[in-house]
Design a protein around this ligand. Structure first.
Ligand SMILES: Nc1nc2c(c(=O)[nH]1)N[C@H]1C(S)=C(S)[C@@H](COP(=O)(O)O)O[C@H]1N2
Ligand SMILES: [Mo]
Length: 311
């Protein structure tokens, strides 16, 4: 956990959503369906999205917060390293290998994966295991869409994910051995198929900033942030619980499930409360909610499981 004071940060985006909506209206008025925006040095088209019933009403963090306070160890360990170094990652062309226990294995170009897909705006709470949180307006679509097209076979019980391995573009893959590269994650099949589980390709209607996991990353809002693996190049349907990066590193600190749970402390700190990024130096900590506030949607996935044991 680190300090909330970041010198050099502009305090200009007080009402991010309002400013964003204005920008959208201005662009619509100008008939500019494909207005150019620049993220991480790339000139990109504006995404078209529809709202979702799964979005929270809570005010989202500013794009500045979301893109300057990151965990992406492939680019370094400091929260500001991804913003400094992730622009180097080549995200176009991009393809994802879909393999394992599926009827239609193959290497699919991202453009083909996105064909016929409706992007939704999903404003989700994001809770890092380190004790900080944000609210992020993702643009994405259910992971289930990809899994259904792949044709997951009945013998598959889990879905495994892999981040790109590219040490020449990712300095952390050369300089730190905190984790074994590439970063890997996994979900139980029913978690992967859950409507809250999305693949995100943008934030605030802009193509995914590189530091947030461009061009496509997982978002599982009821689990600690490290489950939401970035810059995915492989999705595999498997029979057995797959290894996951942080669990492999310290199994007693980072479980395979890692559902947000204020009643189970990390061995080195409490998980009862969280610090919302962007609240300022003196903002009080807020109570962490079971399943990050998504109990109504996901608690039934875990009936019968001892949530203290399967953390
Ligand atoms: N490949 C990869 N994915 C990753 C990480 C990482 O270091 N590498 N960090 C995780 C952690 S700990 C968090 S909290 C979130 C942070 O996402 P954000 O930077 O977009 O807020 O990404 C997760 N996904
Ligand atoms: Mo995290």
């Amino acid at each position: 956990m680190t300090t909330s004071f970041r010198p050099g940060l502009k305090g200009s985006e007080i009402t991010p959503k309002a400013a964003y909506m204005n920008r959208r209206q201005i662009m619509a008025g100008a008939g500019a369906l494909l207005a150019a925006g620049t993220i991480g040095g790339r000139a990109e088209a504006k995404l078209t999205t529809v709202p979702s019933k799964y979005s929270t009403d809570t005010k989202p963090n500013t794009l500045d917060d979301i893109t300057h306070y990151n965990n992406f160890y492939e680019f370094g360990l400091d929260k500001t390293d991804p913003a400094r170094f992730a622009g180097k990652l080549t995200v176009d062309p991009w393809s994802i290998k879909v393999d394992g226990l599926v009827d239609n294995p193959g290497s699919y170009a991202l453009g083909d994966i996105l064909k016929g897909v409706t992007l939704e705006e999903r404003i989700y709470r994001h809770r890092c295991v380190e004790g900080w949180s944000m609210v992020i307006p993702w643009d994405g679509f259910p992971l289930k869409t990809v899994l259904d097209r792949a044709g997951v076979q009945p013998s598959a019980k889990y879905i495994a994910f892999e981040t790109v391995m590219r040490p020449e573009e990712m300095p952390g893959q050369r300089s730190n051995n905190v984790l074994v590269w590439p970063y890997v994650e996994g979900l139980r099949l029913d978690e992967a198929m859950h409507p809250l589980t999305i693949l995100a390709t943008g934030i605030y209607g802009e193509p995914m900033p590189t530091q947030d996991g461009a061009p496509i990353r997982l978002v599982v809002p009821w689990k600690y942030g490290f489950k939401s693996i970035k810059s995915i190049v492989r999705i595999s349907a498997v029979a057995d619980q797959p290894p996951t990066s942080w669990n492999r590193e310290a199994a007693n600190e980072y479980g395979f499930y890692s559902n947000v749970n204020p009643h189970v402390d990390h061995p080195r700190w409490s998980q009862a409360s969280e610090r919302r990024i962007g609240g300022g130096l003196f903002a009080p900590r807020i109570d962490t909610k079971m399943f990050n506030g998504y109990s109504d949607e996901v608690a039934s996935l875990y009936t019968g499981m001892d949530l203290r044991k399967f953390f």
